[in-house]
Design a protein around this ligand. Structure first.
Ligand SMILES: Cc1cc2nc3c(=O)[nH]c(=O)nc-3n(C[C@H](O)[C@H](O)[C@H](O)COP(=O)(O)O)c2cc1C
Length: 164
């Protein structure tokens, strides 16, 4: 079975999560294609899809939304798992919820077999200058909040769900 792990990122954290997922599934014997959504991977060429996106301003990356829209039919026709990567997912008060995920799924046109909102990193050096200023104004907590073992555990957990 071939699984596409497609990700959209600005500062790279989502890529590291996608890589962890791809490595975990490969170790389980799956055939995995890891692709940046910027390269417009074709979900129709795979039996299942894992879509990952960073969160900005309470929304998935615009490129991820556009890609999902463009490939809506193919995504609706195969098992899809969705993950996001954000600063706020590190906040236990959010209880795993992510507004951007909910908004996206309300109009995605497919129902994922699994959804998870993972913490990423908020690192000023990796951002554009105007975004650093915004982060300072919003007093967003800074740091690397990723939990890659939890990401790998999720990949193992969902792999049986990706079989159509
Ligand atoms: C301009 C900007 C806006 C952001 N907006 C949000 C947000 O609305 N909610 C949130 O939880 N995190 C937000 N973040 C934090 C990112 O989601 C976090 O840095 C994540 O790791 C980004 O993933 P990426 O590195 O793959 O781009 C924002 C970060 C930036 C730079």
């Amino acid at each position: 079975m071939s699984i596409l792990v497609a990700y959209a990122t600005h500062t790279g954290a989502t890529r590291t999560l996608a890589e962890t997922i791809a490595e975990t599934l490969t170790a389980q014997g799956c055939e995995v294609a890891l692709a940046d959504i910027a390269n417009d991977p074709d979900p129709g060429a795979h039996e299942a899809v894992i879509l990952g996106s960073g969160i900005r301003m309470d929304a998935l990356e615009k490129s991820a939304i556009a890609w999902a829209d463009q490939h809506r039919e193919q995504l609706a026709g195969r098992p899809v798992a969705l993950f996001t990567c954000s600063g706020s997912a590190a906040d236990p008060r959010k209880e795993g919820k992510q507004k951007g995920t909910d908004h996206f799924l309300a109009r995605a046109g497919f129902t994922p077999v699994a959804v998870r909102n993972f913490p990423g990193w908020v690192i000023l050096d990796k951002m554009a200058l105007h975004e650093r200023a915004l982060m300072r104004t919003l007093r967003t907590p800074l740091g690397d909040f990723r939990d890659l073992p939890a990401v790998a555990a999720w990949a193992r957990e969902i792999s049986p769900l990706l079989v159509a």
